[in-house]
Design a protein around this ligand. Structure first.
Ligand SMILES: [Zn+2]
Length: 425
């Protein structure tokens, strides 16, 4: 007798529903006769492995309006507002906000999160708060922390030492922000410094790179070169790279093939960048996204990040990667029949590879970590930003959303509405 039988689940890519058997926290072969202590009928609902959040700034979540509003909504006003908010950070303040958002993420099916943490603070308050939470949340939402120099490494007094201290304290990943450094040369040096530090500590690299509309911002090629020369393929991620949008086609062609050669992971952040980029354009206004489809055609692993949840840069969001995927479907022109299903990979398997998540994916013997969408197909999951009906971690239900009951009164008769094409209503 096994612990749990999930009847009529639809794993990603499966044409017909299948039964999934869970015992001792792992997926196991179906028992003869299908006897289980508990059975749940999933009625053909989509069941992917857990969602993975590759790019968020947890230290800033839920600070929107503090100490004042970002009136213009611009990146630069956001940085100024955050610089003021940082002055009142305490460990308890960071932890209470992050605890709340980690629960939101788990409810959305997210079980692995990479968070950038601002380390331009001599006390490293946010990092200390998050290092404690990494322990507290382990096994529920697994956290990777990036030492992120919001105000630069070379351009911030003591920046190099703070980065080193952050990694020595336990940050998993080395960050950077080369386009924010004072000069191009400082930007190049900051990338090299980040790679040196990562090599020394055996850490991964994830750099905020070329997050600007300036088509002369080309630090991504420095990341490519350092990755190839140091043999760090697979351990390096370039985040944002919105300037790539504006590069000339000849340069972009060479660059994209070198990104593929280097084996860089790429993270695009559709929510924040939709509102932060193109601010100097009077029309037409650039969408401000990296070259997602061109990168994918070259075989590059591209992921979707959420970036912000109610902070000085982005006042909206509730930590759901599917909402970000929905936005990218529009702004990234990914509405083609073969493109829509890729969006789900970009919030599951692709970021799992970028983070190096082990024991990931639905397979016999693997941990029974999975998400049950309130929708039958990957396209419906994106179209409806469908609720996560159930979330399982190690075979246990860790989040549950009861499906909404909607009805209309039509010609005086009440009828249910599901928003699904292939059912009545
Ligand atoms: Zn970011």
């Amino acid at each position: 007798m096994i612990d749990l039988l999930l009847r009529n689940a639809r794993p990603v890519g499966a044409t017909e529903p299948v039964d999934l058997a869970v015992d001792g926290g792992r997926l196991v072969p179906l028992p003869p006769g299908g006897e289980a202590r508990e059975r749940i009928a999933l009625r053909g609902r989509l069941v992917p492995p857990p969602l993975v959040e590759p790019h968020i700034h947890l230290d800033a979540v839920l600070t929107v309006g503090q100490p004042r509003d970002n009136v213009s909504g611009s990146l630069f006003e956001g940085i100024a507002v955050w610089a003021d908010r940082v002055k009142s950070l305490t460990v308890a303040d960071v932890q209470s906000r992050v605890r709340q958002v980690l629960r939101w993420q788990l409810a959305n099916g997210v079980q692995h999160v990479r968070s950038h943490v601002d380390v331009c603070d001599s006390e490293l308050t946010a990092l200390r708060a998050l290092l404690e939470l990494r322990e507290e949340a382990a096994g529920q939402v697994d956290l990777q922390l990036v030492a992120f120099p919001q105000l630069g490494i070379l351009s911030f007094d003591g920046g190099r030492e703070l980065m080193r201290k952050a990694v020595a304290l336990g940050a998993d990943v080395v960050g950077g922000i080369p386009h924010y450094e004072l000069t191009r040369e400082d930007g190049v040096a900051s990338v090299i410094y980040a790679f040196d530090l990562a090599e020394e500590f055996g850490a991964r690299v994830d750099i905020h790179c070329d997050e600007t509309d300036d088509d002369h911002s080309r630090f991504i090629e420095v990341m490519v070169a350092e990755t190839i020369r140091r043999g760090m393929s697979g351990r390096v991620t370039a985040s944002h790279t919105t300037a790539m949008h504006s590069y000339n086609a000849a340069y972009a062609y060479r660059l994209v093939s070198n990104i593929a050669r280097a084996g860089l992971h790429m993270v695009t952040n559709p929510l924040d960048n939709a509102v932060l980029q193109g601010r100097f354009d009077t029309g037409p206004i650039r969408r401000g996204h990296t070259r997602v489809k061109q990168l994918q055609e070259a075989g590059v692993n591209v992921c979707i990040g959420h970036d912000s949840v109610m902070d000085p840069w982005y006042p909206l969001g509730y930590g759901d990667p599917v909402q970000a995927a929905f936005v990218l479907a529009h702004l990234g022109h990914m509405s083609g029949a073969a493109e829509l299903p890729r969006l789900l990979d970009m919030v599951t398997a692709n970021p799992a590879a970028a983070l190096g998540v082990e024991d990931y994916g639905l397979r016999e013997g693997g941990s029974a970590d999975l998400v049950v969408f309130g929708a039958p197909t990957d396209v419906d999951a994106i179209r409806l930003v469908a609720p996560r009906h159930l979330v399982l971690r190690g075979g246990r239900i860790v989040a549950r959303t009861e499906p909404a009951q909607t009805s209309v009164v039509w010609d005086g008769v009440e009828e249910s509405v599901t928003f699904l094409r292939d059912t009545r209503g």
